[in-house]
Design a protein around this ligand. Structure first.
Ligand code: PMP
Length: 429
């Protein structure tokens, strides 16, 4: 069956034909590619068409697909058993490996998705502070837990509206949505309601509005406000964790803000290496609030799954090797610089940015600082660029508000082939 036939068939039994909405190509139009297999930096669709993959399963595949050491670890773990519902040594090893790289956390709990991890982090923050209100930022995605599916209200410091049907307004009444990188708004929020705020949750480098960095003064100010008012600062590193640096995005901010640490961190994607695995962590003291030690309930049948933890551990082992992030970061920078140059040569307004193996680009002339600016960039041009690249065998994220990912498996030849395709496509835009 070809992609179109598979899509038709999928739509009979799966809503929209997909199990996660962005896969449906709604933003860019056209037929989603049904992937048959992947290896290294490449994926092949059901029609045998090969693509250079810059999505990497939306982040996890930092080593590329089917890395031999990871594959071996997964196969050998699978032979020992798929799931026990009882503790294993491998969970300890993975927890130790995460804690070893991230100084802000002393303990983690493993879960199966970023959504679960983010939802649990919020519950923990509320349980630990005894407060209800949470702050998030427009354009940041923290998974699809009810309390986090909120868009900004009409005025400053008003509570948001649900972004999804099925989420009662009452459920999001404690979620305040502010503009990303807007210091005045967060100061105002703390001035008026500081004693009620349990936590501020942020994507430190927001990959769900393409690629927008939280500015250093903004992060620094949130840290100060949280400290002054007894609120917890939650870094959602589901995308950035072990992707932008071995110490995650918080290590990047700690370089610019001496002593900087978030209170709670949320991980996913890379720590599972492509298996359903995520985690949240903080100090031992705050983690003591979780069941079975404390009153904040949290659980999972498949949490700490033995095959998933084997995959995550083998992945972490590879990315901890000296020089890994230097090489990955250089590659990613080379890609973004090459795309920018090619666009400039074609006279097309274009900017890009990257950190470690995560990148973004916009059809506009200045890097956007918040969601509204991202969404005002040239969508038509993005869509034509996306399809032009796809037709030439380069698989980019199918929406202008998504980040891209480079893996260790991308070769210089892959980058060069990507830039050759980009030059050809820019010439048609
Ligand atoms: N937080 C961030 C920053 C994410 O990018 C995502 C998923 N893209 C999530 C949370 C939710 O993770 P999951 O899809 O594994 O539930």
């Amino acid at each position: 069956m070809n992609n179109a036939q598979l899509f038709e068939r999928a739509q009979q039994v799966i809503p929209g034909g997909v199990n996660s909405p962005v896969r449906a190509f709604r933003a860019v139009g056209g037929t989603p590619r049904f992937i048959a297999r992947a290896e290294g930096a490449y994926m092949w669709d059901a029609e045998g068409q090969k693509y250079i993959d810059y999505i990497g399963s939306w982040g996890p595949m930092i080593l590329g697909h089917g890395h031999p050491a990871v594959l071996e670890a997964v196969l050998s773990a699978a032979r020992e058993g798929f799931s026990f519902g009882a503790p294993t040594e491998r969970e300890i090893e993975l927890a130790e490996a995460i804690v070893a790289q991230v100084p802000s956390i002393e303990q983690v709990r493993l879960v199966s998705s970023g959504t679960e991890a983010g939802m649990s982090a919020i519950r923990l923050a509320r349980g630990a502070t005894g407060r209800s209100k949470i702050i998030k930022f427009e354009g940041c995605y923290h998974g699809h837990a009810d309390a986090l599916l909120v868009k900004a209200g009409s005025g400053l410091a008003t509570f948001g509206h649900p972004t999804s049907a099925g989420v009662p307004a009452e459920v999001v009444q404690h979620t305040l949505v502010l503009e990303y990188n807007n210091i005045e708004q967060i100061e105002e929020a703390f001035r008026t309601q500081g004693s009620e705020i349990a936590c501020v949750m942020i994507e430190p480098i927001a990959g769900n509005m393409n690629f927008v960095r939280a500015q250093i003064p903004f992060v620094k100010r949130i840290r100060e406000l949280c400290d002054q008012h007894g609120a917890l600062f939650v870094f959602d590193e589901v995308m950035t964790g072990f992707r932008v640096a071995l110490g995650s995005a918080q290590s990047v901010y700690a370089k610019a803000i001496p002593g900087f640490r978030p209170d709670i961190s949320v991980f996913g994607k890379v720590i599972g290496g492509g298996m359903p695995l995520a985690a949240f962590g903080t100090t031992r003291q705050i983690m003591q609030n979780l069941t079975p030690l404390g009153p904040v309930y949290q659980a999972g049948t498949l949490s700490g799954n033995p095959v998933a933890t084997a995959c995550g551990l083998a992945t972490l082992k590879e990315i901890s090797k000296p020089g890994f992030y230097e090489a990955l970061g250089a590659k990613t920078q080379r890609l973004v610089a090459g795309l920018t140059q090619a666009a400039r040569d074609a006279g097309i307004p274009f900017v890009g940015d990257s950190e470690g193996g995560m990148f973004g680009f916009f059809f506009t002339s200045e890097l956007p600082q918040n969601y509204n600016v991202v969404m005002a960039t040239d969508k038509e041009r993005f869509n034509r660029f996306f399809h032009g690249m796809l037709d030439r065998g380069v698989y980019l994220a199918p929406a202008l508000y998504e980040a891209g990912f480079v893996s260790a498996a991308h070769s210089d030849a892959d980058l060069e082939a990507t830039l050759t395709a980009a030059r050809a496509v820019f010439a048609t835009l």
